[in-house]
Design a protein around this ligand. Structure first.
Ligand code: NAG
Ligand code: NAG
Ligand code: NAG
Ligand code: NAG
Length: 404
């Protein structure tokens, strides 16, 4: 019994002392507001230093962390736009604007144009795109960029092939915040929504990081297998005029190569590659891409020729089987055929898109005039295949009319 009394007493003493301590603390904080400030300041500093540490750890791109933390916000913030890039130098302004026009005419998702151009062209691009009707402008945004190269080798890169053609190799390093990108040459015309080719990204398996079409369908008349003095992809090489990239993967991948035994990152690989092959390459950066995917074939998704349809597919006879079945999806007027009289069927498509006034009925002001113009070309090699040029376009025009 005595034992219990003792314990009770002890508890009471302890409780009393605790109360006294609490009051004392309270009194001291009321008396000295300064101390709060100091403590608060200290805590703020603490949080800051914690954040800095966090940011530093995050910086090298631990993407998994973000994804894990914000499963839902990640979805909300996901970029639903299609990113389309082009590099325009010299007298390519008008052609580039026509390419962008074909993109915006048929596409469904919002577009973002990344326009790399010589400085003196920037104003012209801006005023051309700003002159489009506001309903059309509501479907895209654009950014203009100067042509830039890694400073230490700028001159070497500029000399390679055409002045700015090798710019495209650096897009994954310049557009660091863009996940995926469709790069096209200026002489591309979309005959169906850009959304369709963008859709290939979701068909990539885990090793694919870029998609392109073969350079040729017919090895007997193809270039790489007959003349190239460097490795190239597959049987006939690849054409880089329409190039879809998951740049997140390009930035993360270590590429096998024939310069060192260790795999190299994209940015580490480009200059040694140029140094090794500069005397042997003919088509500039397309050759470098062929060398890269020769050594890393599992990384390339190859789409068929109607996604990059060139004069080569019709001037030696029709050799793009898929276009014969489904029509041409993306027209690539290389060899200058939009601007001379060598392949008037290509030129007819270019001019039909250029002359179509935004907002007018596309059947009357685009499709019908084009069909008339193509009928006058049926005595030429590509004119004979010209029904392929409108096959898919008809459908695209019908669909776009229904949407808008
Ligand atoms: C263009 O940018 C503006 C401002 O950031 C944005 O509100 C708009 O949705 C964008 N349009 C498209 C088509 O992405
Ligand atoms: C360049 O071409 C020459 C002649 O075909 C060949 O001997 C040489 O090995 C090639 N260089 C490289 C780096 O492949
Ligand atoms: C690109 O690849 C990254 C990494 O694998 C992936 O998280 C991202 O969703 C891919 N982008 C598209 C558009 O598929
Ligand atoms: C992805 O597909 C390519 C063929 O396009 C193939 O070589 C590669 O092995 C595939 N990768 C995986 C992980 O299945």
């Amino acid at each position: 019994m005595r034992c219990y009394l003792h314990a009770l007493l002890l508890c009471m003493v302890f409780a009393f002392l605790s109360l006294l301590y609490v009051f004392n603390q309270l009194a001291s904080t009321l008396e000295e507001p300064g101390e709060w400030t100091v403590r608060k300041a200290h805590r703020t500093a603490d949080r800051n230093s914690h954040d800095t540490g966090h940011a530093v750890r995050k910086a090298p791109g631990v993407a998994g962390h973000d994804r894990e933390r914000s499963g839902t916000t990640f979805k909300e913030n996901r970029d639903e736009r299609i990113h389309l890039a082009v590099v325009a130098c010299g007298p390519r302004l008008e052609e580039t604007v026509n390419m962008l026009k074909s993109a915006v005419l048929f596409s469904k998702k919002p577009l973002h144009f990344h326009i790399f151009a010589e400085d003196h062209l920037h104003d012209s691009f801006r005023s051309a795109l700003d002159s489009w009707p506001s309903l059309v402008q509501a479907r895209f945004n654009f950014t203009t960029y100067p042509i830039t190269f890694p400073s230490e080798n700028a001159n070497e890169w500029k000399k390679l092939f055409k002045p700015c053609a090798s710019q495209r190799l650096f897009l994954p390093l310049i557009l660091k915040n863009v996940d995926s990108l469709l790069y096209v040459d200026t002489d591309i015309l979309f005959l169906q929504p850009v959304d369709e080719i963008w859709g290939f990204l979701s068909q990539f398996n885990s090793s694919h990081l870029a998609a392109m079409a073969p350079e040729h369908e017919e090895p007997r008349i193809a270039w790489y297998n007959r003349f190239a003095r460097h490795p190239y992809y597959g049987k006939t090489g690849i054409n880089s005029g329409v190039m879809l990239m998951n740049m997140t993967r390009i930035r993360e991948k270590y590429f096998k190569n024939d310069m060192t035994v260790v795999p190299l990152r994209w940015e580490e690989m480009l200059m040694p590659l140029l140094q090794k092959y500069k005397l042997n390459i003919t088509w500039g950066d397309q050759d470098l891409l062929n060398i890269i995917f020769h050594h890393n074939p599992e990384s390339l998704y190859v789409f068929p020729c109607q996604w990059n349809y060139r004069p080569d597919h019709c001037i030696y006879g029709s050799n793009c089987k898929q276009a014969e079945q489904e029509g041409v999806f993306i027209l690539h007027g290389n060899r200058g055929v939009y601007h001379d009289d060598k392949q008037p069927a290509f030129r007819a498509v270019y001019e039909a898109i250029q002359k179509h006034p935004f907002g007018e009925n596309m059947v009357n002001s685009l499709l019908l005039p084009l069909e008339t113009a193509l009928q006058a070309t049926t005595n030429t090699y590509c004119g004979r295949a010209s029904h392929l040029f409108t096959k898919r376009l008809q459908q695209s025009i019908k669909d776009a009319a229904q949407r808008r």
